[in-house]
Design a protein around this ligand. Structure first.
Ligand code: PMV
Length: 377
């Protein structure tokens, strides 16, 4: 029979790094120079939904992102497809008389339709949710019986941070021990592991200030390459700072110690942007300006410095950290409060000091929780 189609759908949230990944030791396999830790968000706000389909009628692999066809010829897509196909199992649907042997998957083509419910490539880790969802839905379709950690090593080859989106809650991406990879090892120990599930610290509230949906000027791939080649600070960070910080962050998460968690998160975000400035030529991800109309003048200020100084002043005034902030390779601010009470105060203050209507660049605030990759049927 040639008129059948088999489909699988998955939904995957984005994740926010609190100890950042920046720099690769192997570009093709996407092996990082340090461990990283992230929080996975609730899929209801920032997520990718992907449906994958296979049919003998399809004559080539094709993909649509937000309704527009995109090329699958890039190495990252090809690697994920190849890795999943090589692990595919037998699939049988007795009712419809469909029987696919694992050796058939190499001859069958897939169609992939993916939707992001948030801006693509604007520092909201769209590639993390995207590749995690792609790998998870393909694995489901092709009956891949691998544990989640193994799948994370495949998603990693699409986009490094994607490996962390395969788990909910708090996730560590272990850089892996093998520094120089042979063909056999192929970075198989560079995987994501769950540190704590989404129930462990479910009081935390994450607020994302969506500033701009513009695409970032320097892609993370180019930025990382330039930082690895030119930044002495990055070398110091990956060998001296992050190994200790990872242990401290794991402890803060384990004991739900918000002041320590906040201090480490803010320090890591600031060091990541210091590494970007230490790169030659320097990379400015915090270069977004906001425009405020005040009587008789028009003030142009830097959004990042305003929000960082607002959060720092609040923490200093209280004597111990009440709120945390972190910025990735884009202008959107990720703000974290220890509970709903502080979150609502934070939101009130943000709306007062940074009202979306007058800060022309600020679009909205999005609330996120933590959750896990979900099967959507
Ligand atoms: O996975 P990529 O190539 O999108 O890189 C992500 C890098 C940061 O978002 C800046 C940090 C991180 O760990 O997510």
């Amino acid at each position: 029979k040639k008129d059948w189609i088999l489909m699988a759908t998955a939904r995957s949230p984005t994740n926010i790094a609190v100890v950042k990944y920046w720099g690769k030791r192997d570009e093709a396999l996407i092996l990082p120079i340090n461990d990283s830790i992230s929080v996975t968000l609730d899929p209801s706000h920032l997520c990718t939904t992907t449906t994958v389909a296979v049919s003998p009628n399809f004559d080539r692999d094709r993909m649509w992102l937000n309704g527009k066809e995109i090329s699958l010829s890039g190495g990252r897509y090809q690697r994920c497809l190849r890795e999943i196909r090589s692990r595919a199992g037998d699939v049988e649907d007795e009712k419809r008389g469909i029987c696919i042997g694992k050796e058939d998957w190499g001859k069958l083509h897939v169609h992939i339709a993916s939707y992001n419910n948030f801006p693509t490539a604007a520092g909201l880790a769209s590639s993390a949710a995207g590749f995690a969802c792609l790998v998870y839905s393909l694995a489901k379709l092709m009956n891949v019986r691998e544990e989640q950690g193994k799948l994370s090593a495949i998603a990693r080859q699409g986009s490094g941070s994607a490996c962390r989106s395969l788990f909910g809650g708090f996730v560590k991406w272990e850089m892996g021990k093998v520094l120089k990879c042979t063909k056999d090892s192929a970075g198989s120990d560079s995987i994501a592991v769950q540190l704590a599930d989404e129930q462990h610290w479910n009081d935390l509230v994450i607020i994302i200030a969506v500033v701009s949906s513009r695409q970032k000027e320097t892609s993370s791939t180019t930025g990382m390459r330039e930082s690895v080649e030119t930044s002495p600070l990055l070398h110091y960070r990956s060998t001296e700072v992050v190994p200790k910080r990872i242990l401290q962050m794991e402890e803060a998460i384990r004991t739900r110690d918000f002041p320590s968690f906040a201090r480490l998160t803010c320090a890591d975000s600031n060091q990541f942007h210091a590494v970007c400035l230490d790169t030659s030529p320097p990379i400015f991800y915090m270069n977004n300006t906001s425009h405020r109309q005040v009587p008789h003048s028009f003030i142009v200020t830097n959004w990042f410095f305003r929000i960082i100084s607002f959060m720092e002043k609040w923490n200093r005034f209280e004597g111990t950290p009440q709120v945390a902030y972190t910025f990735d390779a884009g202008p959107n601010a990720v703000l974290i409060a220890p509970n709903r009470k502080v979150a609502s105060l934070l939101l009130q203050r943000l709306l007062f000091y940074f009202p979306p209507s007058t800060d022309t660049e600020l679009k909205s605030f999005v609330l996120g929780d933590q959750s896990i990759v979900k099967d959507a049927g």
